[in-house]
Design a protein around this ligand. Structure first.
Ligand SMILES: [Zn+2]
Length: 361
């Protein structure tokens, strides 16, 4: 039953394309109900009955390792990243676009994978398996979510199953804090005629940081944190009003979000850094954020937590940091920052750093 074709144009190997009669409505919940990557290298998963799937393989490059992914109909509720072990770098569940779910298995470098021999096999109308690698015993520990063996036609129950074992795995999960207790000011750098740094392909700092800031606001709000953005759109906003917004309203913390550019627009300069002006609270907040943003930017250098005399963090009265989420002029960082999936990850990371800080004070 499996069909193969190799699309040289995209260096993508489309391993299998199953065409079935049922077409799920775009708004329905994810067709992926449960999955497990066993220590013997076999990936098994359970879907809604007769789901249409597409599977792909892409050879790794400088930024990513080799990747295998499957797209499922239906939208995923909670995008997440699960740390791998052995030959698996990480496993990600995301929504590449509205109404879709993508399961990505990313391998660490230097794997001798043989995707041309892979076969995606239907075990029954809602269960699947594919052998991805074979390695000596104990070199990979099983990772999975939910129960693959059990079939259920109730999508609600499926959603429950997929979340039931999450405590076993390290997700990029946001910590809970006391609701309606904290108030945070997020400051998207630049704006309006001040476009900030201009990067590769005309990527503009003002757009990138506004997008990330809005995502941070949304994520923090969902956790019960009150949030104010110093700007919501492309307006010209001087530095003093940014500071007075925070000072006048007695914010608990102030986080200014920026992206870097290197002198001479050197493409080999990438990295992330977080500045604070003074005090252990500011430094702690900077550390928490820096740690998280590095996690979602593998390969991009850690330029560290540093003291800086920037106006907005020097003149705000609460713990304040200025975070540089990457170099728009750097090949590695720019390629990521232009993608909304990465901006979402950075927003997640900044949010997680903030929540961790707030839970400590
Ligand atoms: Zn800036």
């Amino acid at each position: 039953m499996p069909k193969f074709f190799f699309n040289k144009l995209f260096r993508c190997l489309s391993i299998f394309l199953l065409l079935n009669s049922s077409i799920s409505p775009a708004k329905s919940s994810s067709a992926l109900a449960a999955w497990i990557l066993n220590s013997n290298g076999i990936l098994e998963f359970r879907t809604k009955s007769n789901s249409k799937l597409k599977a792909y393989f892409q050879k790794g490059g400088n930024v990513f390792g080799d990747r295998f992914w499957i797209d499922f109909p239906g939208e995923l509720k909670t995008p997440r990243t699960i740390e791998g072990n052995g030959p698996i770098k990480e496993i990600r569940l995301g929504k590449p676009n509205k109404g879709k779910t993508r399961l990505v298995i990313e391998f660490s470098e230097s794997n001798n994978l043989k995707p041309l021999n892979w076969r995606l096999v239907a075990i029954d109308k809602n269960r699947w398996k594919i052998k991805l690698f074979s390695l000596p015993r104990k070199s990979f520990q099983t990772i999975g979510e939910g129960l693959v063996g059990k079939s259920s036609n109730n999508p609600k129950a499926n959603q429950k199953l997929i979340h039931s074992r999450r405590e076993n795995y390290k997700f990029l999960q946001l910590p809970d804090i006391k609701r309606n207790k904290f108030y945070v000011v997020i400051d998207p750098g630049h704006g309006g005629p001040d476009r900030g740094a201009i990067g590769i392909g005309g990527l503009r700092e003002t757009d990138v940081v506004l997008d990330v800031s809005k995502r941070v606001k949304k994520l923090l709000s969902e956790k019960g944190v009150m949030v104010k953005l110093t700007r919501n759109n492309e307006i010209d906003l001087d530095l003093p009003p940014r500071v007075s917004i925070a000072n006048k309203t007695d914010a608990d913390i102030f986080v200014s979000i920026h992206a870097n550019a290197s002198r001479g627009k050197r493409r080999d300069i990438n990295g992330l850094e977080t500045f604070y002006y003074s005090g252990w609270r500011g430094r702690l907040l900077a550390k928490k954020i820096q740690k998280q943003i590095l996690k979602v930017s593998p390969g991009s250098p850690d330029r560290g937590v540093r003291q800086g005399r920037y106006f907005v963090i020097k003149n705000t009265r609460m713990p304040a940091v200025l975070v540089e989420i990457g170099f728009l002029t750097g090949r590695l960082d720019a390629r990521r920052l232009e993608k909304s999936i990465h901006r979402e990850r950075i927003a997640y990371a900044i949010t997680k750093g903030i929540l961790e800080y707030l839970s400590r004070i």
